[in-house]
Design a protein around this ligand. Structure first.
Ligand SMILES: C[S@@+](CC[C@H](N)C(=O)[O-])C[C@H]1O[C@@H](n2cnc3c(N)ncnc32)[C@H](O)[C@@H]1O
Length: 245
C-alpha cells in the first residue's frame, strides 16, 4: 500500500512530482545517466551544456567524473535552477546557470561547448523546433564535439506504442517497490497520467518524434557518427558528433 494519499499527490506540481519520484519514473535512470556521461568522456573542450537540466543530475555525474571540467546548466524554471545550484555547490565555481526557454535562440550563440547533453526535454519542441535545435547545437559545438540526448520517442505503430506503455508501467512498478517499499510511486505515476503512451491522442505539451526522424534530422544538421545507443520503454538515447577538423 502507498503512504501518499491521493490528496497529497494532487497537491504536488509536476516539478514536485518529478523531484520526488523521478528515480522511479525514469526507466533505468542511473544506467541512462552513466551512458550519457560515458558518451561525453572524450569531448575536445571540457565544457558541457546541460540543456533543461532539471535538478542537475547529469551535470553532477559529469563533474564528478571529470575534475577539470565545467558545465553550463540551462532551464526555464528558477526553481529547478535553484535545486541544481544546491546540488552542484560541492563543485565550487565549475558551473554557471542560464535561465532560458529551450525554444529561444539567444542562448544558442556566442559560446562554444565540447559537449551538449539533454534528458527528457527535447520532446517539448515540435518537429521543426527539433530540426532547428539540432542545427544550432551542431554550430555551438567545437570540432569533434558531442551531442547526447535522452528522451521519449514516438512509436510508429500501435503495437510498439502498447509495448512502450507496458514496459514503462512495469519499470515504474519495480522501481516503486525497490525505492519506496510499496506502490507509492506506481500509484502516483498512474494518477498523474504520466505514462505518455497511455494518452488517447496528441498532447499539446509532449511532442515526441520517431527514432528515424531524430536520426535523419541529426544527419541533416551536419552531424556524423549519429546513433541510437540505448532504448527501453519508449525512452531512447542518441549520440551525434560534430566532425573533427
Ligand atoms: C522532466 S524534467 C528533466 C530534467 C533533467 N534533464 C533530468 O533528466 O532529470 C524537464 C526539465 O525541462 C525543463 N523545461 C521544460 N520545458 C522547458 C522549456 N520550454 N525551456 C526550458 N526548460 C524547460 C523543466 O523545467 C524541467 O527542469
Amino acid at each position: 500500500m502507498t503512504d501518499a494519499s491521493p490528496l497529497d499527490t494532487w497537491q504536488l506540481s509536476d516539478t514536485e512530482v518529478f523531484s520526488k519520484y523521478g528515480d522511479a519514473f525514469v526507466p533505468r535512470r542511473a544506467e541512462q545517466t552513466a551512458a550519457v556521461c560515458d558518451l561525453l568522456a572524450d569531448v575536445p573542450v571540457p565544457h558541457v551544456l546541460d540543456l533543461c537540466c532539471g535538478e542537475g543530475r547529469l551535470s553532477e555525474e559529469y563533474l564528478r567524473r571529470h575534475a577539470a571540467a565545467r558545465v553550463t546548466v540551462l532551464d526555464r524554471s528558477a526553481e529547478m535552477l535553484a535545486m541544481t545550484s544546491e546540488r552542484l555547490a560541492p563543485f565550487g565555481d565549475r558551473f554557471d546557470l542560464v535561465r532560458a526557454d529551450i525554444e529561444d535562440r539567444a542562448w544558442r550563440t556566442g559560446v562554444t561547448y565540447g559537449g551538449v547533453m539533454t534528458s527528457l526535454a527535447v520532446h517539448h519542441l515540435d518537429g521543426e523546433g527539433k530540426r532547428l535545435l539540432y542545427r544550432d547545437v551542431h554550430a555551438m559545438l567545437a570540432p569533434g564535439g558531442v551531442f547526447v540526448m535522452a528522451d521519449l520517442v514516438e512509436p510508429t505503430g500501435v503495437r510498439a506504442r502498447a509495448l512502450a506503455a507496458d514496459h514503462w508501467d512495469a519499470s515504474v512498478r519495480r522501481a516503486s517497490e525497490e525505492q519506496f517499499g510499496g506502490d507509492e510511486a506506481a500509484v502516483t505515476f498512474e494518477k498523474t497520467e504520466w505514462n505518455y503512451y497511455r494518452l488517447p491522442g496528441p498532447d499539446p505539451v509532449d511532442k515526441p518524434s520517431s527514432v528515424t526522424e531524430h536520426l535523419d534530422w541529426l544527419r541533416e544538421a551536419g552531424f556524423v557518427e549519429v546513433d541510437l545507443v540505448w532504448m527501453y520503454a519508449g525512452h531512447a538515447l542518441f549520440t551525434a558528433k560534430r566532425k573533427a577538423n
